[in-house]
Design a protein around this ligand. Structure first.
Ligand code: DGL
Length: 264
């Protein structure tokens, strides 16, 4: 039996999932959060499905030992494999792709752009979920082979970031005149300012907000909300904890209360 006081698990290939932590802390300030970011193996978006599955299972096993009551998959790339992962876990998994796609349907958007990792785009997971709810919605999707890895290094002033954003979004716009763009990789909202600067006319959709809402709904439904006023944030990474501390500061997170290295 799960208890209200158990923490929420959050996983990503690296620092990107901290953009989901930001939304979780806004919506569910009382929840304790245990995060794992697998920066040693980032980017996942250029790997095979079997590799991503195997690496993710290691993170989920770690969180199982921490007695989490649910896990937010704060990584679009991993979320495309959620149906394969669910039978492996005793706790519920909340997918960011499902949350983001459902938002597009709910808002009745006639067309939308999607920038994500190459793996996420290759699976067609966003299109499938959007078209299940709105078959007429036009989705113009483009994978970025470089952006997540550039961001995971923690240097956001590189001109390479703006160049990669411009190159990929120009392709999306050449195909369809979209006004809304899904940031379909959790690393991308960290450089939302770069997107705004390069494409001020676009409305950016960060699916993290919807995913946090989905976590809240799950906890309320299962009567598992934590009644305390302020939860802790414990960050574990297979990479450099200093990058995580810097991104946590940039995103104005509460904490981290702990931030350290842990091999998978
Ligand atoms: N943050 C991850 C996502 O949302 C991907 C980054 C990566 O390629 O590892 O897809």
């Amino acid at each position: 039996m799960y208890q209200n006081s158990y923490p929420i698990g959050v996983i990503d290939s690296g620092v990107g999932g901290l953009t989901v932590v930001r939304q979780l802390q806004r919506l569910l300030p009382g929840e304790d959060i245990i995060y794992f970011g697998d920066s040693a193996n980032c980017p996942y978006g250029n790997r095979s499905a079997d590799e991503i599955f195997a690496l993710t299972l290691k993170m989920l096993r770690f969180l199982e030992q921490q007695q989490v009551k649910c896990v937010a998959i704060a990584c679009n790339t991993i979320s495309t494999l959620v149906e394969r992962l669910r039978p492996e876990c005793p706790f519920p998994l909340v997918s960011i792709v499902e949350a983001g796609a459902d938002y597009v349907v709910q808002e009745k958007l006639p067309r939308v752009g999607l920038i994500a990792t190459e793996f996420t785009v290759s699976t067609g997971a966003y299109e499938a979920r959007i078209h299940a709810g709105n078959p007429d919605c036009v989705v113009s999707a483009k994978g970025s082979p470089k952006l997540a890895a550039l961001i995971d290094k923690g240097d956001f002033n590189q001109s390479a970031i703006d160049e990669e954003i411009t190159e990929q979004v120009d392709i999306i716009l050449a195909r369809e005149p979209v006004e809304d763009l899904i940031l379909g990789c959790t690393h991308f909202p960290i450089v939302a300012d770069n997107f705004h600067r390069c494409f001020p006319q676009l409305r950016l959709i960060d699916p993290a907000e919807q995913q946090a809402l989905a976590v809240k709904n799950l906890l309320v439904y299962r009567k598992l909300s934590n009644p305390q006023t302020r939860g802790y944030l414990k960050i574990n990474t297979s990479g450099d904890p200093e990058v995580f501390a810097a991104v946590a500061k940039l995103l104005e997170l509460h904490g981290p209360d702990e931030c350290g290295t842990l091999a998978l």
